[in-house]
Design a protein around this ligand. Structure first.
Ligand code: PSU
Ligand code: MN
Length: 307
């Protein structure tokens, strides 16, 4: 079997049953602009450490799947020009051909679960794209969540997607979606997507109870989504949001952008068109998710039954 390369810090933490948080690398390599991204990647790791857990940023470097990146590898993923976006179906090709790539929610979750990591922080999930009825564009993230045992802390899905369709698909796939201190599914840049969630929990121990209950029911072979919204005071201005979203969707059509380029293109459009305001929100979102994921990882590690 292809061996995962764990940093000593991650290997030791897992062996000792301490809290570990997986972090995804596509948001670093392809979701944030160069310049800010390396700094953000480092800060996410510090936030996890400050909360008493160990960060494991996941990527493929020269064909080697890595769980935890040293400073050199993190820099390559954030700054090299030839870093490809790897979903789960791309992992084998990347390993066999020695490529360097950043992992999406789908592939990060897969590698995290293989390494025995149960908690994962990201920004927003991939989901069902608008116009999916014609394009069939649904992120492989959803299928991966249906078969991967990990808790994913995110701020919902971006409004660039079809949010209600994505929620329907998560329901069909049997993936629990829990709002953290909210009754609404978050809208990534916005506090609320305008769509409710079935379940809301107010504390990290309460979330850990659900993780344990699912395990007891042998329902833990799939993921659980913990949806953590940005506070309303910090969200992107909704009017700006709607305007930029419409112009971005129009550009997508006129430039015929499809496939794995859609999400990075729209993110960059938001960052350009809002003059960095969406970037500020994006960074706040991922930092808050890393902090909550670390709290949950520490809570679960403190429960002997969870090991
Ligand atoms: N959400 C973000 N930033 C991102 C992504 C999602 O806030 O960069 C990335 C994630 O890696 C996610 C991927 O898994 O986009 C989904 O891409 P696609 O729609 O091509 O599956
Ligand atoms: Mn897609």
């Amino acid at each position: 079997m292809t061996r995962l390369q764990l940093t000593d810090e991650v290997a030791t933490a897992l062996a000792e049953g301490r809290g570990v948080v997986a972090l995804e690398s596509t948001l670093i390599a392809h979701g944030l602009p160069r310049g800010d991204n390396l700094e953000v990647a480092g800060r996410l790791e510090s936030i996890v450490r400050d909360a008493g857990a160990v960060p494991a940023t996941i990527a493929v470097v020269d064909g080697q799947p890595r769980v935890g990146l040293d400073a050199d590898a993190l820099k390559r993923v954030a700054t090299d020009d030839d870093v490809v976006k790897l979903s789960t179906r791309d992992l084998g090709v990347a390993v066999a051909t020695g490529r360097t790539g950043a992992t999406t929610v789908a592939s990060t979750a897969h590698l995290a679960a293989l390494a025995g990591i149960g908690v994962f922080a990201t920004g927003g999930l991939g989901g069902v794209h608008r116009e999916a009825r014609e394009s069939w564009d649904e992120s492989a993230d959803l299928a991966a969540l249906a078969r991967t045992p990990v808790v994913v802390v995110c701020a919902g899905v971006k409004s660039i997607l079809d949010v209600p369709a994505t929620l329907e698909r998560l329901e069909t796939l049997g993936v629990p979606v829990i709002g953290y201190r909210t009754e609404d599914f978050p809208g990534f840049y916005l506090h609320s997507s305008g769509h409710p969630v079935d379940w809301s929990l107010d504390s990290v121990p309460a979330v850990a109870d659900v993780v344990e209950a699912n395990r007891g029911l042998v329902l833990d072979e799939r993921a659980m989504v913990l949806a953590n919204p940005i506070p309303e005071a910090d969200q992107l201005d909704p009017t700006t949001h709607d305007r930029v979203l419409h112009s971005g969707l129009a550009l997508l059509q006129s430039r015929r952008i499809t496939g794995k380029d859609v999400t990075p293109f729209l993110l960059e459009h938001f960052h350009d068109a809002t003059h960095g305001e969406s970037l500020r929100v994006n960074i706040a979102v991922v930092e808050r998710n890393a902090a909550l994921a670390a709290e949950l990882a520490v809570e679960l590690a403190g429960r002997p039954s969870s090991r």
